[in-house]
Design a protein around this ligand. Structure first.
Ligand code: HEC
Length: 312
């Protein structure tokens, strides 16, 4: 009976938390996914320390894990910026009862030194460990975490979803890194601590949240692609405060910058070079926006400027 109950519990946990396809779980006596399911492969931290994935990285912990590579110029910087926002919300709990890990899918190039450089560029905080290892081992970890494996030779196409879990209770959750940082923060601070931890950020109630049906395309793009690095009148984040930028910059320059900053950086555009040197040489990522999308974001930014001017 006890065995049956624990099996049912494990199934319930699977049904409610995993949203994607995952490999079937190996059950332990207590149910859930533990050392007989997760591989104990060796990884190397950004400090060059050797660690075991199961024993040292996840065992008994609440964790947030994503996969990146440091030369990635498109989605990884955005994912890292989003994760950094979650980190900021959780504050000094990270490293204590919540652990952040970013694992490289490009171990040939991502040496501990390259990982440390990336951490400096993104100004990542304490309790967030970057890891590298053998590609086969990293692929195995991805599989066991229920991530989609495309082709290990095409490292750029990796699954960027964020995995959050409590290894002790075997509760695992997979979310888009574009999700609201407050929601992700609360999964880590409260949900995965059996709903006992304190809530973080301003979680507005549904009554107060209002309607989102009027969210314009520009606003949606700004919130999901830009807001983790920029504010509007709220000061610098990873990138500059964008207040007044639409009025200050030449429109052709601005449109191209939003669409293909990487090319302008490669061409050593003088303004791009100057801005980069002010922001720890963090290159703004190419977010693959089309003409219409860039125009929608610029329109949204000019509306924000008007709204700020009207407040005065
Ligand atoms: C990963 C962080 C990141 C993301 C995401 C990001 N940016 Fe940036 N952005 C930067 C950085 C850093 C700079 C400064 C230049 C540099 O270092 O490349 C910058 C510069 C800019 C500038 C130039 C500011 C000026 O003074 O002229 C604009 C405009 C801009 N970003 C708009 C956007 C928009 C719009 C989005 C979303 C579609 C976006 N950025 C997404 C990091 C980011």
């Amino acid at each position: 009976m006890a065995v049956l109950r624990s099996l049912m519990f494990a199934f319930a946990a699977l049904a409610t938390t995993w949203t994607g396809t995952a490999a079937p779980a190996a059950q332990t006596m207590e149910g859930g996914w533990h050392g007989n399911y997760f591989p104990n492969v060796e990884l190397t931290t950004h400090d060059g320390k050797k660690v075991k994935f199961y024993d040292d990285v996840i065992r008994g912990k609440v964790v947030a894990i994503n996969f990146i590579y440091t030369s990635c110029g498109d989605v990884c910087p955005l994912d890292t910026a989003h994760m950094r926002q979650v980190h900021t919300l959780l504050g000094d709990r990270v490293g204590k009862d919540i652990h952040f890990y970013s694992i490289s899918v490009d171990p040939d190039n991502d040496t501990p030194q390259a990982l440390r450089r990336y951490m400096r560029t993104f100004d990542t905080g304490a309790g967030w460990t970057f890891l590298t290892g053998k590609i086969e081992d990293i692929v195995l970890i991805q599989k066991k975490l229920g991530l989609r494996i495309v082709d290990i030779k095409k490292i750029r196409d990796h699954d960027t979803r964020l995995i959050m879990g409590n290894e002790r209770t075997s509760q695992w959750i997979k979310r888009s890194p574009y999700d609201d940082p407050t929601i992700l923060g609360n999964i880590l601070s409260s949900t995965l601590h059996n709903h006992t931890g304190t809530q973080v950020g301003n979680l507005a109630s549904y009554e107060k949240a209002g309607s989102v049906k009027n969210l314009s395309r520009g606003q949606y793009l700004y919130r999901t692609r830009c807001a983790s690095c920029h504010t509007f009148g709220g000061g610098d984040r990873l990138g500059p405060d964008l207040k007044g930028v639409v009025g200050a910059r030449d429109r052709v320059w601005l449109t191209r910058w939003i669409k293909e900053p990487n090319k302008m950086i490669a061409e050593k555009d003088p303004l791009a070079m100057e801005l980069m040197s002010r922001y720890r040489n963090l290159p703004m990522p190419n977010l693959s926006l089309g003409d219409d999308e860039a125009a929608a974001v610029i329109h949204y930014m000019s509306e924000q400027d008007k709204a700020l001017a009207d407040q005065k």
